[in-house]
Ligand binder design. Structure first.
Ligand code: BES
Ligand code: ZN
Length: 489
């Protein structure tokens, strides 16, 4: 009896031990490829969350010039968010040069309802930010705005006496200032013309000695004033202010590795804007993607790498934040940096002038960032993505320190400094969600960057396990285990 049951048990065990591999090697194979890993990340990335951040940064806060209070508000918002998703953000402060800012308050601006050529409806308010003369005075005056053309000798009407002159930029600032003062103007507004890149002119700080306040307006601000003046007299309060002893900051969320001296991957983008521009595309777009990547990648095993999600301050003031970061690294830490993904202007809706997503390296050569990103592009089935050569952003200091670095940006032409086109709203008050953001493009770049980074940093499956995976069929119980153990809420 006992003997028979032992034999039976042995038989049963033998049958099962042969049957199991046969079951496992059925024809329906199921390999876990890089494409499957892409989906782990992509299905959790939520473009609506990214857009919520973009609303906050560009509408609740607005313009974010380096060193100004709004830049700090944005840094706090991003740091708080990093904290809320379980990081301990590291804030790196640095000092930054003075800002000269003008403020224009348009009285009765609400009377103006038209939809002009300049697309103001979406962004107009009664208070605008402009540049101000960098050599004083810092004061405020009020008056009617008077159109003085391009400020030629005979273009100053009598009404300008005691009021505010508006001129188009072109003539030397000193000449314009002395003519305005001679005509009795109490303030001078100079508005930009179309820039060399075909973009609408941005705000600026005229470097000129003057006794009356001088403001440097974006082209669209000047044009809006002119359109309003055709309807009714426009009365303004203008103010010029000097901001000094400024502090700017980088905010960095670190996902540590499980091993010591792990290679470091930096996913970065600047969160400041130029004066007067809400910076929705430049560069709210890059910032909100990396905030979302920080949330999703946190849930995955990337233990062989250290990930750093970094937003840079004062990029528009000369790549200052990214430069400081790289300068502050010890030689050992710098040598651990293996890749910098720099997201800058990744969602413009001006398709004609920016039809292509460029992966820009400083020397035009491919690197680990372009390689992983282009591989992700082809796995995901995107087409209009190419590699080219461009600097002008936060990947430059990384490149100069010998760290492979690439900027993601939508442009036209060859995507080089010699041959490119860019959206007209670049650096203007119309760089808003309404005028300059395409949600699908934001989503696309988020997916490419997410898939590329994860492909680089996910815990690598040893080769023999990979081989085993390719030839095995999974049991229902194993399939259950393969489901994402930590689906992100
Ligand atoms: N996002 C732009 C960079 C850019 C613009 C690259 C157009 C390619 C084409 C960036 O924020 C920027 O405006 N950079 C400055 C240079 C920086 C050193 C102040 C620029 O390009 O003028
Ligand atoms: Zn930028």
């Amino acid at each position: 009896m006992f003997r028979r049951s032992v034999i039976m048990l042995l038989v049963v065990l033998m049958v099962f031990s042969f049957a199991l591999p046969a079951f496992a090697q059925s024809t329906n194979t199921r390999g876990q490829s890089a494409a499957a890993f892409d989906q782990k990340i992509i299905r959790n990335l939520d473009v609506n969350r990214a857009m919520d951040h973009l609303y906050y940064l560009t509408k609740e806060i607005g313009t974010r010039p380096g060193g100004m209070p709004n830049e700090k508000l944005a840094a706090d918002y991003i740091a708080d968010y990093f904290e809320s998703i379980g990081y301990e953000p590291w804030v790196q402060e640095f000092s930054i040069g003075n800002q000269h800012i003008g403020t224009i308050t348009v009285h009765d601006g609400e009377q103006w309802f038209g939809q002009g050529e300049w697309g103001f409806n979406e962004w107009h308010g009664t208070v605008w930010e402009t540049g101000a003369g960098s050599r004083g005075p810092y004061t405020s005056v009020s008056g009617y705005v008077v159109d003085c053309g391009s400020g030629g000798v005979n273009e100053w009407p009598a009404e300008v006496e005691g009021n505010i002159a508006l001129v188009q930029r072109g003539t030397a600032f000193t000449t314009l200032v002395s003519r305005a003062q001679n005509a009795g103007a109490t303030g001078l507004l100079i508005y930009s013309v179309v820039g060399s890149r075909g973009q609408y002119g941005q705000t600026f700080s005229p470097n000129v000695t003057t006794s009356i306040p001088v403001l440097g307006l974006a082209l669209s601000q000047g044009m809006w004033l002119k359109e309003m003046m055709e309807e009714f007299p426009v009365y303004l309060d203008i103010e010029t202010q000097l901001y000094s002893n400024l502090i700017s900051q980088n905010v960095i969320a670190i996902k540590p590795a499980a091993i010591e001296n792990a290679p470091i991957v930096v996913i970065g983008g600047h969160y400041d804007s130029v004066v007067g521009a809400p910076g929705a595309n430049d560069n709210g777009s890059g910032v909100v993607i990396l905030m979302e990547l920080a949330r999703v990648l946190k849930e995955y095993d990337t233990d062989e790498y250290e990930l750093r999600f970094a937003v840079w301050g004062s990029e528009e003031r000369g790549l200052v934040g990214a430069n400081r970061y790289v300068q502050w690294l010890s030689t050992e830490d710098r040598n651990r940096h293996v890749a910098n993904y720099n997201l800058d202007m990744v969602a413009t809706s001006e398709y004609e002038r920016a039809p292509t997503l460029f992966l820009e390296t400083v020397d035009g050569l491919p690197n680990i960032v372009t390689d992983t990103s282009l591989a992700a592009v082809s796995r995901l089935g995107y087409t209009n993505v190419v590699q080219s050569r461009f600097g002008s952003s936060d990947h430059v200091p990384f490149h100069n320190a010998g760290i492979p670095a690439t900027m993601f940006i939508w442009l036209g032409g060859a995507g080089t400094p010699q041959n490119y086109t860019i959206e007209r709203y670049y650096h203007t008050p119309q760089d808003t969600i309404e005028e300059n953001i395409c949600v699908d493009r934001l989503d696309m770049v988020m997916k490419i960057a997410g898939a590329a980074v994860f492909d680089l940093v996910r815990k690598q499956v040893p080769a023999f396990e990979k081989a085993a995976i390719v030839y095995r069929e999974y049991s229902p119980a194993e399939l259950e285990l393969q489901q994402d153990p930590n689906p992100v809420q």
